[in-house]
Design a protein around this ligand. Sequence first.
Ligand code: NDP
Length: 434
Amino acid sequence: AARNPGQPEYLQAVTEVIESLWPFIARHPRYAEHGLLDRLVEPERMLQFRVSWVDDHGDVHVNRGFRIQHSSAIGPYKGGLRFHPSVNASILKFLAFEQTFKNALTTLPMGGGKGGSDFDPKGRSPGEVMRFCQAFVTELFRHIGPETDVPAGDIGVGGREVGFMAGMVKKLTNRADCFFTGKALAFGGSLIRPEATGYGTVYFAQEMLQQQGRDFDGLRVSVSGSGNVAQYAVEKAMALGAKVVTVSDSSGTVVDEDGFTPAKLAELMEVKNHLYGRVSDYAERTRTRFHAGIRPWGVKVDVALPCATQNELDEQDARTLVENGVVCVAEGANMPSTLGAVQVFERARVLYAPGKASNAGGVATSGLEMSQNAMRLSWPREEVDARLLGIMKAIHEACVRHGRREDGSVSYVDGANVAGFVKVADAMLAQGVV
Ligand code: NDP
């Protein structure tokens, strides 16, 4: 804590991982040697830079840009870029740290990184967003590349923003390969990449439910958020027969007791992805109920899928979900549950999957996008989806293998942390003290 003052999110992410690792390291003392843990909790490189840009009225704005290159032990740094006013070094360090373990879990050769800016895209014109992206990447481009660091999207960064940045990098480097992932199909993107995080989260939850002889059919599901991850989590849960009763954003929650339908989801996508509106606009258009200022966790459900942002589900929310009989919680977002909430789920033996396991489908499919780019071909939708499902099953198996408790149940927290750690740690030990 003394080395990372004012970085609560980073300390939270490290605490969760280290608590899982202690008992494992006690049984395998070679992982306590060579300063391994000390090295693992220190990012290899942190970049911070000024981003100046001009708005539509000619006014100059200055934002802060970051890239955290956490670990290259098993491959090039890989992780998204987030544009949100809350972005700071603590949040990006926690995301890059988590990404390192997550990427190891995917079985693909990718290290961990994350970046972004405190720029707020809400209310900005398309021209302003483009100029910001160009200004941001004009500095970032010299630190990234297909063999060093491969960025993608995250909160506030979707296909449009990735395209603006990739276009500027192409101009600056005189290289025609667009190595960002999350690109549009027209210039090397992968089918299923937009869907992958949401679909993967639901695939993972399905694997967990199957452990108890259940499936999604007929279950009530709450989803938080209404962005990329949330939308495709809703789509896949519905396709598997679940009744999805909530979506949300930072202003409140839509509760729809009739459940989502494909037509309602299309309307949500129109409002969020094309009109850049709010869930309250969606509620107005579809005459569903919008509750300002509340989160979805008070609604009685069988499965909860937090897909918005970090620390959006606290200890009290977790208790409410458990009292209401929740059986499965799978995180589409990164670290949406506080440490207290995780303890409540673990003690109640809820099937609880931390984001680094359940939302790894997004980066895994980014890895598949890199493979397709390297081979200069593109796989059909069915092939990418089948590979995604196979990867989520493999991650689930790894969690079960490393997370089995004495009473026979599975701690997916311990399983994910230990499985991810072993791969990164073995690579670090093999490469010497660097
Ligand atoms: P989007 O920008 O598409 O959507 C983000 C959603 O979260 C919006 O509904 C947004 O609401 C809400 N949100 C963001 N910040 C806050 C906040 N401070 N308080 C309350 N709600 C908030 O992002 P994504 O769907 O891509 O990302 C969602 C989560 O999933 C993030 O944690 C991200 O790191 C994680 N993730 C994403 C992956 C991907 O492939 N995109 C991969 C793996 C993880 P509002 O509009 O009101 O801000």
